[in-house]
Design a protein around this ligand. Sequence first.
Ligand code: NAP
Length: 519
Amino acid sequence: MTYLAIPISAKDLNTCKEQIKTACAAGAEALELRTDYIEGLNTDKLAEVVSAGKQTKLPVVVTCRDPKEGGQNNLPPAIRIEILAKAVKLGADFIDCEYENFKHGDFACAIKKTLAENGKIKLIISAHNFKNKFENLAQVYEQIFTVCPAAVAKTAYQANHINDCFEAFDILKKHGKKTIAICMGKAGVISRIIAKKLDAFMTFASIEANSATAPGQLTSEQMKSYRFDIIDSATEFFGVIGDPVAHSMSPAVHNACFAAEKMNRVYLPVLVAGGQTDFNEFMDNITSRPYLDFKGFSITIPHKTSALEYAREKGEHIEPLAVKIGAANTLTIGINERINAYNTDYAGAMDALTNAMGITRKQLHGKTVAVVGAGGAARAIIAGLVDVGAKVTIYNRTIARANNLALEFGCRSDDLAGIKNLDAEIVVNCTSIGMHPEVNASPVPAQCLKSSMTVFDTVYNPMETLLLRQAKQARAKTISGVEMFINQAGEQFKLFTHAHTDCPMETLRKATLEKLDRK
Ligand code: NAP
């Protein structure tokens, strides 16, 4: 079992006690009493907070962190020794002592003596690096186990890139419950969740974002939104690779579907910064560690072309239309860590169109379509439309981009001003015009919209854009970008299950709408 520990980090005893109550209600499985946060800390205050912690019946860790390793209040070594020694006597279940202090001097002698006199207590020996990863992480663990073989060895280091996390995973894989390995910072977020699959002794979450005791620490609510409670050694991981990813709706949506199907699967936000090289390194790290059980990814900005290129370089399977589009938004990892690359953006858009129009993809053949925009989304949708024989005209602010796309896919092109002569059965907005916060803008003048048209806006925030409102007023058929999002996510779900399980579409829709409501 991996304890989900919630640090108690208040300046005064009353707030500490309130935090303890809130932590219990939030599902804490252990409490870390960060006594170094308490102002005017002395053994009486310690006794009160330990007693409040012990009343919960949860395991209690007492930490009095050295300021050199992130501790508060600049407490001198003599006080910290006194606090830890007293915590042992007060019946704390664990004390956390820094390796640098434990290995020599008065500090070590005092702690060792107290531990020897109180057999039951366990020791966590920790090392921190708030700047970057340790030069030799494996050696840090070896050194800790050498000075105290019975201790739980803990490191917490700053991950400046997600690729810095993999050494920590290797340590957890090797030593499991004898260890804690936390990667701090935004790039290290996944380490806090994956720790449970790898049987780490403990991982940490805060009560609220503003009470985090380390950079990148998630709240317990966020941890639970990533299905923390169901994770075990057999859990398979999925995720959305992007930069940024914190705003992505995909984790909420896919986790809701996995939960509805009672699957032992968890979907994570995967922040991969940088370009092709960093992307390749990340994927190599994943595929060389089958023990992590990463089985598939959604890919978002800026990595869709990198994902396709990675699959191409490795000679993996790529869906033909993804090649034409020049971008992959889905990777699945199959038997022998083989990769499959797909693009579900075009499929999601095509399904949104055909479902609303009550026709098949083939029946789009010969239909006149005005696509506004010439970026990534436009490219995927144009490839899909041209593939079924629709007659596409591309309108774009930067005419050269429209011309190039038109040349590549055999369609017509015009600049954005040309849209005033719009004459098409279907209009698709693939620009970000009208997206939050610029909600009072539309790429198409209202007077160009007719009741005979189907108007599809790929923007989904807001769900009903100005373009769609004006199209409704013109009595045109309207389709929101939400439909495209839902359909592409449904396609991904099927790909993630290798078409063995139909996507629970109602769950997907509900989770998407709930997420959008909160935006
Ligand atoms: P992109 O590659 O950056 O392309 C942006 C496009 O918007 C370009 O054609 C750009 O024109 C145009 N544009 C941006 N601001 C403009 C402005 N102020 N005036 C005129 N044109 C402007 O982005 P993308 O990946 O294609 O995404 C575009 C939109 O598609 C996003 O806003 C998103 O809402 C939507 N989308 C929806 C889904 C879904 O599932 N529903 C999925 C993907 C994307 P220039 O070439 O002149 O710069």
